[in-house]
Ligand binder design. Sequence first.
Ligand code: NAP
Length: 479
Amino acid sequence: MERWPLYIDGAFVWETDRPALEVVNPARGDVIAEVPTATPDLVDRAVAAADRAFAPWAAKPARERAELLLRAARLMRDRLDELATLLTREQGKPLAEARGEIQISAEYLEWNAEEAKRLYGETIPASTSQKRLFALRQPVGVAAAITPWNFPSSMITRKIGPALAAGCPVVVKPASATPLSAIALMKIFDEVGFPPGVVNLVVGPSREIAGRLLADRRVRKISFTGSTEVGKELMRQAADTMKRVSLELGGHAPFLIFDDADLEAAVSGVIASKFRNAGQTCICANRLYVQRGVADAVEELLAKKIAALRVGDGLEPGVEIGPLIDEQAVAKVDRHVQDAVAHGGKLVVGGTRLEMPGLSRQFYAPTLVLDPPKTALVAEEETFGPLIPMWTFDTEEEALALANNTPYGLAAYFYATDVRRVVRIAEGLEYGIVGANDPVPTVVQAPFGGVKESGVGREGGHQGLDEYTYWKFLSLGIG
Ligand code: NAP
């Protein structure tokens, strides 16, 4: 059995009297590695190491911090195949998607490395000739990063890229289901020569570890990606020590197709948005609304494309849909499908768990359901699986009201060609990210994040670095 250690204060450690965590390949159900679960003492050691590393790391010229980040990114690109295969083995997504994730993961380091050199402050005109006024950008201090399993590599570099660029050491806690990609990143940071304590990684009981990190005054910032429920809990805990908080939480994305849309492109867009990562992305389409005049054509095209999707082990060539992360995830998709159908929705394609020789029972057939009631689970919650419900609408006002009728506000999509309509709908959607005729909007150089209960703060773009700095006003008397 492979044993993958934690990374604390520049050393790989396996020091715990607790049972190790078993990492399971969701496609085949076999245990692929063991990872130690951190005790509270190890979490404290990681924070202490980061705290010691803070002043010297922040004092380094930005160019030197940038160079280390660039070296790490280069090594990630050199090891693309190895890292992508590891990611697919622990998470399940098709290898082509895993390769894409490693590439964007490296790009988060590269982009933030460049941006480190542009963290400009300001000079402010004084009210008297006896003073000079400056606004300085300062790193906030030690940052804790808690990440989910659906993007085991890129959710980490999207946080630690800007943190390290800004001068903040980090303690990372990846999801228990997918710690290996995170540890592989630590090996790279170690190899390229990051000073001890600048990057640390702990794995283990999430509530306990998060509680420890949040109660510690030395931790000045928490960045979390995961469910809205846990995000709210962490925000409450962070209030006690008034930490800076960024929360990238759940979504419930609407996807609108108007009658002037290029239908072929729109339906391909639904497939790309909904079924990437087997529907396990925070920004994936969760509700499809189609204007009445084109609804039949969309249904027919979409059903055909969904039925043609190839499901299997992500390591096999040509597979487009891998397994879901665990049994609970499969049960949730099935619950949403059964609930939709029991309440009058029409099952068009899919709707069953898939049994395949040699593979686990964690595969679900890509599914399309028509017209479930507006109170169905699928209409109200993020499914996080390969199920798309479809409804029709008549007017733009109705489409916007349906799209915005949710406590979530992460991503929304629409397809239309009339430029006046495109502007009206883009402006009317209450979401942090809008893909207009674009089903995959995520890029490193743009701000990514939600409104309403989808979170606070932004990752990516120059806004991503703002989350790790504060403004210090310096008033200099020269009289
Ligand atoms: P999750 O259950 O909230 O877990 C996310 C992380 O939080 C994991 O590291 C998890 O650790 C930890 N965690 C779980 N319960 C915790 C608790 N009570 N206290 C502290 N930490 C806790 O979410 P998930 O199921 O892994 O991820 C899926 C969710 O993430 C979806 O809602 C999705 O929309 C959202 N997401 C959002 C974005 C975005 O950018 N907005 C991106 C990706 C995913 P363990 O695994 O060890 O329990």
